[in-house]
Design a protein around this ligand. Structure first.
Ligand SMILES: N[C@H](Cc1ccc(I)cc1)C(=O)NO
Ligand SMILES: [Zn+2]
Ligand SMILES: [Zn+2]
Length: 291
């Protein structure tokens, strides 16, 4: 039941979230030569994210960060977990992908900043986690933040993690994917993608935007294929949603090139802030539900 009843907690937190912090994380992630799943810089980026998230949760006994090892390639996914209090068996997942790509041949020296695709998503997750920690928020359900490896080469990191969760019988009640959040290519603010996602949860996401960010306009669209990591979770039977930066074919034209830079999205993260706020409202509304 997607009841929205945490306004007293969520509204003040949303006001604390800052585009400038999101922008700084985008700049930091863009500074790796690339974040490709097979390169040394791709491995370094994974280690950097792990350290950033570990620092944010330091001192919280209910918090942990691990790197998920993928047997067939070097870049590890990063999973941060806030263990729930009295309903910890039910899990909420917020995801983005850490890897970047430039065309069809990314090597050690290839420049692939991936500022929008998908540093913007990882940066949005980081700002959500920072804000939750700053407010000492303690969820009843377990909340997991995931920075997936190897999305660009077939959603491979999220597929291994989603299959692992399924195999272990994890009760994942909902997944939100943030992939490309900082290029406003279309008239509306947030586009909820309706293929390879869950219709009931998509309506909840729509309601969250109307409740917490009523000034935003909402659109819907379809990818026509499994266009990001939400599809890995849908494939395992979990409810997933993907709020996206633009309508189909109006997304950032610079992705997968050396020109996917923060500067090319105006050196600001105002669009990403909308998605970070949506993600926080999603995490707290679902995270606050008891057994
Ligand atoms: N294919 C996706 C990008 C992508 C996703 C949705 C739409 I509409 C257009 C483009 C990708 O590269 N994800 O990393
Ligand atoms: Zn991509
Ligand atoms: Zn992407």
């Amino acid at each position: 039941s997607y009841v929205i009843d945490q306004q007293a907690r969520v509204t003040p937190m949303l006001a604390q979230m800052q585009a400038s912090r999101i922008g700084q994380t985008i700049v930091d992630l863009s500074s790796f030569t690339n974040r490709f799943y097979k390169t040394s810089s791709g491995v370094a980026a994974s280690n950097w994210i792990k350290q950033q998230w570990a620092n944010l949760g330091a001192g919280r006994s209910d918090f942990s960060v691990v790197q998920f090892n993928h047997p067939n390639w070097a870049q590890k996914s990063v999973i941060a977990t806030i263990k729930g209090s009295d309903n910890s068996r039910e899990v909420i997942v917020l995801g983005a992908h850490m890897d970047s790509i430039n065309g069809s041949n990314t090597t050690e020296t290839t420049v692939a900043p991936g500022a929008d695709d998908d540093a913007s998503g990882v940066a949005s997750l980081t700002e959500i986690l920072r804000t939750l920690m700053a407010n000492n928020y303690k969820p009843r359900r377990t909340i997991q933040f995931m920075a997936y490896a190897a999305e660009e080469v077939g959603l491979r990191g999220s597929q291994e993690i989603a299959k692992s969760h399924k195999r272990l019988g994890a009760n994942v009640v909902g997944v939100m994917q943030l992939d490309m959040t900082n290029y406003k290519g279309s008239p509306k603010d947030i586009y909820i993608y309706t293929d390879y996602t869950d219709a009931a949860q998509n309506q909840f996401v729509n309601n969250l935007i109307q409740t917490y960010q009523p000034e935003l306009s909402i659109g819907t669209d379809v990818c026509g294929y499994g266009c990001s990591d939400h599809a890995s979770w849908t494939a395992q039977g979990y409810a997933a949603s993907m709020p996206f930066e633009a309508a189909f074919n109006q997304d950032n034209p610079k992705i997968h090139t050396a020109n996917d830079t923060y500067a090319n999205t105006g050196s600001q993260a105002d669009h990403s802030l909308k998605f970070a706020r949506l993600g926080l409202s999603y995490a707290v509304e679902l995270g606050s539900d008891g057994p």
